[in-house]
Design a protein around this ligand. Structure first.
Ligand code: SAM
Length: 279
């Protein structure tokens, strides 16, 4: 097990708040996150932000291969020291939003699993990058702010339900696994954290005729959530829809004209997007 304080002192590291550097120090939590990956030698794990490698080495004891992408070059000496004896760990010093993830996965034949204590300032773009680009991923096990976990698994009609809920639920089955106390980190974050698992499936993906139209419908519906769906969609430039057309679509779906986007289920968003793309 990596002693975080010892490594930080040895390498005289100062953690950077703007990079979301809150490092996990509790071995039980590290093991619980790795266990949620159900790791075997068949698996390739892609970790975003390994920090000084505390979670990386726990996962490398079970997985076939771990590729860890870390943005902060100041952490490289420490990270290479802690992970150096593991032949199945590859460290990439880059920004996860800029690397070619397909190239990293390469020709790996087994399941690809994203497992990470995410840097919170980029949580949504990172999740959406993986889900929107149709990457061949079996699951994501990610630590996020508790409030983001609630948004991911929210039901229609609740205040937490939004574009992130629909985007994530259209890609897989979402489950909030457990909460993590702020005392398990150095330094302590100001927010509560939760570990979430998304088991990716293509049930909904197969039903969507045009992904871009689907994403635009979801974005339009939640951009101004107090607007009716008719107003929201007919004023969203990328959809280029006249009010009368949206009214016809809403009528075809047998929905009331006053309905708001936040009331639609994932299936209804898909139906809506398919009617829009058929027009
Ligand atoms: N995995 C470690 C742990 O659990 O203790 C560290 C997690 S810490 C919450 C997030 C890590 O992500 C930091 O090491 C930070 O430098 C790194 N990071 C921040 N932005 C990143 C980006 N765009 N791409 C890759 N890594 C990033």
């Amino acid at each position: 097990m990596i002693n975080t304080n010892e490594i930080l002192n040895k390498y005289r590291l100062k953690l950077t708040k703007s990079l979301g550097q809150n490092f996990l120090t509790d071995i039980n939590i590290l093991k619980k996150i790795a266990d949620a990956g159900d790791l075997t030698q068949e698996d390739l794990v892609l970790e975003i932000g390994p920090g000084i490698g505390a979670l990386t080495v726990v996962m490398a004891q079970k997985a076939g291969s771990v590729i860890a992408v870390e943005l902060d070059k100041n952490l490289m000496p420490a990270l290479k020291f802690t992970t150096g004896s593991y032949k199945n760990i590859t460290i990439i010093n880059d920004d996860i939003l800029k690397v070619n993830v397909n190239a990293l996965i390469g020709s790996w034949k087994g399941p690809v699993k994203i497992i990470s204590n995410l840097p919170y300032y980029v949580t949504t773009p990172v999740i959406m990058m993986f889900l929107e680009n149709n990457l061949p991923i079996e699951r994501m096990v990610i630590m996020v702010q508790k409030e983001v976990a609630q948004r991911m698994s929210a039901s229609p009609g609740t205040k937490e339900y939004g574009a992130l809920s629909v985007g994530v639920q259209a890609a897989g089955d979402v489950k909030s696994l457990f909460n993590v106390s702020c005392n398990c980190f150095i330094p302590k974050p100001d927010v509560d954290s939760s570990v979430v698992r998304i088991m990716i499936h293509d049930k909904y993906q197969k039903m969507i005729n045009d992904r871009q139209v689907f994403l635009n419908c979801v974005k339009a519906a939640f951009l101004k959530r107090r607007k009716t769906l008719i107003n929201a969609m007919s004023s969203y430039p990328e959809l280029n829809l006249k009010r009368e057309k949206v009214k016809e679509i809403i009528a075809a779906m047998k929905l009331k004209e006053t309905i708001r986007g936040e009331e639609l289920s994932v299936e209804q968003f898909i139906q809506l997007a398919n009617l829009v793309s058929d027009f």
